[in-house]
Structures are given as structure tokens and as C-alpha cells.
Design a protein around this ligand. Structure first.
Ligand SMILES: [Zn+2]
Length: 148
């Protein structure tokens, strides 16, 4: 499932990427519907005027808080989160991450991280390096909390 979000949901869009969902931000309202249809993305918005559109996939998000936003989306769309997909997409660019050889990231990650981590991923666009560190553990805790 892929999403397109309006600009007031920027923070939420980063969370959706962390959870492995291809998510783009669209600031331009006229483009929003066209792009959602062309790219087969469900629109997520806080804008109640927009959510009156019918015939397109649109979810009006009710809360301002990420945790409640995610709970609503999971309920509404019967969304399944595959924990194997966590951090598979760059949080900043929405690009699928690529596996990076450990040796190739030596100078790009903190020494303490290099020592204890074996698996690294890299964004092909912004070159940011990802690994299963503290963020990964926090996201898992977050998912435990909302799946209760
Ligand atoms: Zn990136």
C-alpha cells in the first residue's frame, strides 16, 4: 500500500516510511488527486474539505499525534505492518535502501556503531547509512504499544 500525504502530515509521512510504506508528500493541492490516481496512492490528509472528495482513496486523519494517527490508519485500512520491512525505505527521500558492505561504511558511521553492528543499509540518493540501532528498538516498542 502506497500513500500520498498533504503537507501538514510531514512528520507522519516519515513514520510511514520508517514502517516500510512508500509515502510521498504533496504540497500542491491540484496535483494531489491527479498524482494519487496516477501513482495509485491513498491520500492521507487532515483537511476536512479535501476528504469530501468521493471516488478516490482518501483517509481524513483525525488526530494531531503520530501514535493516534497510526492507530487510526491501521484500523481504517486494516493495515498490516511487516516488521521485516522496518527501515527499508529512506526516511528523508522515500528511496528503497540498498545493502551496504560493512567495510564500505567504516568512515561514515560512529566507531562504536561499526564495532557492534554487522548489517548496514544505504540510501542510493542521499547516501545516509542505516543500521538496526536504538531507533529500530524504539520503533519496535512503539509497535508493541499500539498493537495491544
Ligand atoms: Zn535518502
Amino acid at each position: 500500500m502506497r500513500f500520498i500525504v498533504t503537507d501538514e502530515l510531514g512528520r507522519f509521512s516519515r513514520w510511514l516510511r520508517i514502517l516500510g510504506f512508500d509515502t510521498v508528500l504533496e504540497k500542491n493541492r491540484p496535483n494531489l488527486v491527479i498524482r494519487s490516481l496516477r501513482e495509485e496512492r491513498i491520500i492521507l490528509t487532515r483537511d476536512s474539505k479535501l476528504s469530501r472528495f468521493t471516488g478516490i482513496g482518501i483517509v481524513k486523519i483525525d488526530s494531531d499525534f503520530v501514535e493516534e494517527q497510526l492507530e487510526q490508519l491501521i484500523r481504517k485500512l486494516n493495515l498490516e505492518i511487516d516488521r521485516n520491512n522496518l527501515f527499508s525505505i529512506c526516511v528523508l527521500c522515500n528511496e528503497p535502501l540498498e545493502r551496504a558492505e560493512k567495510d564500505s561504511v567504516k568512515d561514515e558511521v560512529p566507531h562504536c556503531v561499526f564495532k557492534i553492528q554487522e548489517n548496514f543499509m544505504r540510501c542510493p540518493k542521499c547516501k545516509k547509512i542505516y543500521w538496526r540501532g536504538t531507533h529500530w528498538a524504539l520503533v519496535n516498542k512503539f509497535l508493541d504499544r499500539i498493537s495491544k
